[in-house]
Design a protein around this ligand. Structure first.
Ligand code: NAD
Length: 372
């Protein structure tokens, strides 16, 4: 275990931290909690767990076979213990920046769950602190690393769709807020940051990744929840215009959806790409490209790739946290999802411009004001 990266997981009893623990402790095939089967990672180990909920933390350690994990109820004690080289921060959102700043101060590599912060001011404090450290950081915009998104980006870069004209990414997915009293923080704007930081940021991160340009103007209209007792608006319809004049529509709702509903559309001067999770698997991806001589139609091969399914436990967390481990072991910055990367900073700018536009009756807001 000596040369493995020892990772401490904060928020260890939480839904998300369980999946991330698996990604750290086991290889890319993950771990099946039912059969208790999984191959240990050669690169990383869960060196510590930290949660206020001691009983659940110990149960989790046992259920997931994390035999090297020391258990802490104090994050400060975990950082001071020398049990870890890196931390995963998966506590409620309003604690993210404070926990992240402490990790950087202690010289630990930092994997931060989204959202980056619950206010723009806090996000700037963290960006400034990150710029002054040599450690590896990563923000968990999990969807960016999907095969689908990576392959789509390659097609865009090859000019398969000609000049990009518009995009449409949706994130409609009821967040897990009603399953336990512990998760009640998700209903509060002060603790969650609002609907965009809470979940719709995923669709924004994909938009910013695929358009790959500086966002210019943001307009957002919001609507209140219909099902659960959020104290903030949960439907956000966002229009972003980028410096290359691409017009992006981002739609999100964290209160309800038909099912996990993430649609992706890219339209260019010479082609189009559509992902629709309601189609049968073989026609979930449909695309065309003049330069590649492809008429608009389903691509069953593409659909066999790793598509957005919403099943975080199964595979996504494994991939995203193992990518972090690779960078941390090489002591290198993550150019794509490091906390100071262009993708993360531009996504932050759109998030806070959208929140402001919604508050001010859908007034157009310049993203530059939030680019720092
Ligand atoms: N990237 C993604 O797709 C994705 C998906 C789900 C959740 N998340 C993020 O993961 C984080 C956790 O979400 P969740 O659904 O697991 O929440 P959760 O409420 O289920 O878990 C949070 C955990 O943090 C613990 N905690 C609270 N205060 C603490 C403290 N001071 N010290 C130590 N532990 C403390 C709680 O006891 C709980 O076990 C959130 O930031 C959320 O946005 C990201």
């Amino acid at each position: 275990m000596n040369d493995k990266l020892r990772v401490g997981i904060a928020g260890a009893s939480g839904w998300m931290a369980g999946a991330l623990s698996v990604g750290v402790e086991y290889d890319e095939q993950g771990f099946d909690p039912k059969t208790k089967k999984g191959t240990k990672s050669r690169f990383s180990v869960v060196g510590a767990l930290c949660d206020l909920n001691e009983n659940v933390m110990h149960t989790r350690k046992q259920e997931l076979g994390l035999e090297n994990a020391r258990c802490f109820t104090s994050y400060d004690e975990m950082l001071a213990s020398d049990a870890v080289d890196a931390v995963v921060v998966a506590v409620p959102n309003h604690l993210h920046v404070a926990f992240a700043l402490k990790a950087l101060k202690a010289g630990k590599h930092l994997f931060l769950e989204k959202p980056f912060a619950t206010t723009w001011e806090d996000s700037q404090r963290l960006i400034n602190a990150t710029a002054q450290t040599a450690v590896t950081t990563k923000l968990d915009y999990i969807l960016v690393l999907y095969d689908e998104q990576q392959k789509l980006r390659q097609l865009i870069d090859r000019g398969a769709f000609g000049k990009l004209a518009s995009t449409h990414f949706t994130y409609r997915h009821p967040i897990q807020a009603s399953q336990s009293a512990d998760q009640i923080w998700k209903l509060s704007r002060q603790k969650s940051g609002g609907a965009v930081p809470m979940g719709i940021c995923h669709a924004i991160s994909l938009t910013v990744y695929q358009v790959n340009e500086i966002p210019q103007t943001v307009i957002c209209k919001s609507c209140p929840p219909k099902i659960r007792a959020f104290d903030y608006d949960t439907q956000m319809d966002i229009l972003v215009v980028f410096e290359n004049h691409v017009v992006a529509l981002v739609q999100g709702n964290i209160d309800f959806a038909e099912k996990y509903d993430a649609r992706h559309t890219i339209i260019g001067t010479e082609g189009q790409f559509d992902y629709n999770p309601y189609n049968p698997l073989e026609s979930r991806v449909v695309w065309s490209s003049k330069s590649l001589g492809r008429a608009y139609g389903p691509d069953p091969d593409f659909a066999q790739h790793h598509l957005d399914s919403g099943d975080v436990w199964k595979h996504q967390c494994v991939r995203t946290v193992q990518d972090f481990v690779r960078h941390a072991l090489k002591k290198e910055k993550d150019p794509l999802l490091g906390l100071e990367s262009p993708l993360v900073r531009r996504t932050e700018a759109v998030i806070w411009a959208a929140e402001q536009s919604a508050r001010e009756g859908s007034r157009p807001v310049a993203a530059a004001a939030f680019l720092g």
